[in-house]
Design a binder for this molecule. Structure first.
Ligand code: DLZ
Length: 376
């Protein structure tokens, strides 16, 4: 029996299946079952609980755990491998004891969705978060980073579940037995070293396709993005300011959830002024992306039609002239109710600002990716 091809293990993981990951004999010499948390089903969780220690770790970045109000399990880490354990947790809505396979699967999936609120997670609980090193297996060759990297190389939401394989008598499963177990259950088994080798050949991680950082709205699946380091400008109209302010707030929050820290907002009188003000900001070359926010509400004259047309053309021109993503965030509404319903002010829960924030980050990252490839 031998290790699976890394490509086959990646394919299995991408499809939501289990993978066995084995670290080096000089390290823990442990064999873990790992799978993507956004694919955590009751059946898969039950299988893992039955064949492992029963302790299910959930692996992700520090920032994600802290977003849910989780904190380090200890102030002074004395673990031999400096395992970055966070306080255990259970996703409360709909859970019973938190320990059933169904409850633990629900907690795993809930940690994939940043729109869940911190107070929905009990502290302590029955799932055990562990922070992955952002460098993945290239900086720490452990199971935590292997599971995290499997998420990243497959473009899944970067949250995974892991647990150590054990025999029925409670002893730890070692390499040969792990291979046999994998063969019995059609689960590919790989080593951390194989993943390190694979990562060395990778230039970029693909974008996660899953709606995660914010709830998905009417057909637009909002992806998980890391916009660290991006500089974004918002130009907002003051006309219909209650609506515009709510849109600006949602766009900022969506970008902040993607780690964008540098966001400035400039105001102009009405939507008509937006393209020229945006041009002034783009001329500086300081921004990776820009969002135009306004709200045009149809009145009794032709004003609405003319401004609508002019502003739309103006924003498109900026996009093409400056080669910087310029997001069109100008509502064109037939009445006030439509404006309120699209800006999170009518109890619909829908705020278009969220979509525009994520769209801006996504477009900026796309541009950065291709700019880097062009330079290689
Ligand atoms: C004048 C006007 C009107 C009637 N309605 C709107 C509107 O619904 N939304 C908006 O953003 N701006 C409106 N404006 C102002 C124009 O956009 C512009 O500021 C003025 O015509 C001055 O150039």
């Amino acid at each position: 029996m031998s290790w699976a091809r890394i490509e086959d293990a990646i394919q299995a993981f991408k499809g939501g299946g289990l993978v066995i990951v084995v670290d080096s004999v000089d390290r823990k010499d442990e064999c873990d079952l790992v799978f993507a948390a956004d694919h955590a089903t009751t059946e898969r969780m039950a299988f893992v609980i039955r064949h492992s220690t029963g302790i299910i770790y959930v692996v992700a970045e520090k920032d994600r755990f802290e977003h849910f109000g989780l904190h380090p399990a200890t102030q002074s880490n004395t673990d031999r491998f400096l395992n970055k354990a966070y306080i255990s947790t259970t996703f409360l809505p709909g859970s019973s004891t938190g320990l059933s396979a169904a409850d633990r699967a629900a907690t795993a999936r809930a940690l994939c969705n940043r729109s869940n609120k911190a107070d929905a997670f009990s502290k302590p609980g029955h799932m055990f978060p562990v922070v992955a090193d952002p460098g993945g297996v290239l900086t720490r060759p452990g199971h935590t980073e292997a599971a995290f990297d499997l998420c990243r190389v497959t473009g899944r939401t970067p949250v995974a579940c892991i647990s150590e394989l054990t025999h029925d008598d409670g002893t730890m499963v070692r390499r040969e037995d792990a291979l046999a177990f994998g063969q019995r259950h059609s689960i590919p088994a790989i080593t951390v070293d194989q993943l390190i080798e694979y990562r060395r050949t990778q230039v970029e991680f693909p974008n996660a396709p899953n709606p995660d950082s914010v709830p998905s709205i009417r057909g637009l699946d909002l992806p998980t993005l890391d916009g660290t380091g991006l500089k974004i400008a918002i130009v907002s109209a003051r006309w219909n300011s209650v609506v515009c302010e709510s849109l600006v707030k949602a766009a900022k929050e969506a970008m902040e959830a993607c780690n964008v820290k540098d966001i400035i907002v400039e105001y102009v009188a009405g939507s008509y002024e937006i393209p020229s003000a945006a041009q002034v900001l783009l001329e500086t070359g300081r921004f990776d992306g820009l969002i135009c926010i306004g709200c045009l509400i149809k009145g009794e004259s032709m004003h609405f039609e003319y401004i609508n047309e002019g502003v739309t053309q103006g924003v498109m021109r900026l996009n093409l002239d400056y080669k910087v993503p310029v997001v069109y965030g100008i509502l064109s509404c037939l009445n006030e109710d439509q404006a309120l319903a699209r800006s999170g002010l009518a109890g619909s829960g829908h705020n278009s600002g969220t979509e525009w924030g994520v769209t801006c980050v996504e477009s900026c990252l796309l541009k950065k990716r291709y700019r880097r490839v062009a330079r290689l």
